[in-house]
Ligand binder design. Structure first.
Ligand code: ATP
Ligand code: MG
Length: 283
């Protein structure tokens, strides 16, 4: 039995749960308490505050965890980062009141900086030879300058909207983060096998993310050009149609390129274009 710690509520909870589901691991959410067991995979889910996940994994109480890389870096505990998971992207940045002129890290000399990430901040200040006072605050760090608690903040930023609405500007991007899968590095042989299965499934989830299956009818004479437009894993599937001189062509494309590909395909005579979602790709 493998145990994985995930955030009980908050920003990473929903996507962590969704990822397990995408991996084909069913967790009964309705009955979820502190610990719940999958009905179809030897996995137990432990629901925790994100701050506690690195510690619980480092101690081996849970073999695996899903948590922001920022928490792993801040806690500095001995855990192995196995995979970046592609969600929960954010950065930890220094921000100062927007009217201030900023001329580099020396601006922070002698200043008070509010943060929930004192260790990452201290490393940055030390590296730049800056002496500042670190005020540890958990939650609502962005109001600290207006409240007179600090001169600047060091906090999580994603869009930057929170900074702007608090009259602040981002001046140093110090740490880039996203959700990661971590391990205690102390798995039994059986647990290693289960982890390998999870990672195999995750590869397929990754490959199929943002992919679309596209099929269309195309004149025989345009097939070569269509293959050039649509590079597939090997090559697109081409099947003759009953109508003389026409084929059906199937391929997989990146969702981001979809409209561009459709425009090019229509220009060479493609008709009846059908686009479908991709559930899994096993390369
Ligand atoms: P908990 O109650 O579990 O301690 P929390 O309030 O400390 O939760 P959340 O705000 O839910 O934490 O954020 C969890 C993680 O999500 C952060 O550690 C970070 O990795 C990521 N995160 C936080 N804010 C953002 C954001 N604005 N955009 C994207 N990801 C974010
Ligand atoms: Mg927290």
């Amino acid at each position: 039995m493998l145990r994985i710690a995930i955030q009980s509520k908050g920003r990473l909870n929903e996507e962590s749960t969704a990822l397990l589901k995408e991996l084909g691991i069913e967790i009964d959410d309705a009955k979820r308490k502190f610990l719940s067991q999958s009905a179809n995979f030897p996995l137990e889910v432990l629901y925790l505050r994100d701050d506690d996940i690195p510690q619980v994994v480092a101690a081996g109480t849970a073999s695996l965890g899903i948590v922001g890389l920022n928490e792993v870096e801040e806690k500095g505990l001995k855990v192995k980062v196995i995979e970046k998971l592609g969600f929960g992207g954010c950065r930890i940045s220094l921000a100062i009141p927007k009217a201030e002129a900023y001329d580099g890290p020396q601006w922070f000399e002698g200043k008070r900086i509010a943060t929930s990430y004192p260790n990452i901040l201290k490393r940055f200040l030390d590296k730049n030879g800056v002496h500042a006072s670190i005020e540890v605050i958990t939650g609502s760090v962005e109001v600290a300058p207006a409240a007179g608690i600090a001169d600047a903040i060091f906090d999580i930023v994603s869009s930057g909207g929170t900074l702007v609405s608090n009259g602040l500007k981002e001046v140093e991007r110090v740490f880039e983060s996203e959700a990661v899968l971590i391990s205690s590095g102390k798995l039994t042989e059986d647990e290693e096998k289960l982890l390998a299965e999870i990672l195999f499934r995750f590869e397929s989830v990754k490959v199929s993310r943002g992919k679309k299956y596209i099929l269309m009818n195309i004149p025989q004479s345009a097939v070569e050009e269509a293959i050039r437009i649509l590079p597939a894993m090997r090559s697109p599937t081409v099947m003759p149609l009953a109508a003389e001189g026409w084929c059906s062509l199937h391929s997989v494309v990146n969702a981001a390129d979809l409209w561009d590909k459709i425009r090019q395909l229509k220009a060479i005579g493609a008709e009846g274009i059908l686009v479908l979602g991709v559930d899994k790709i096993i390369p």
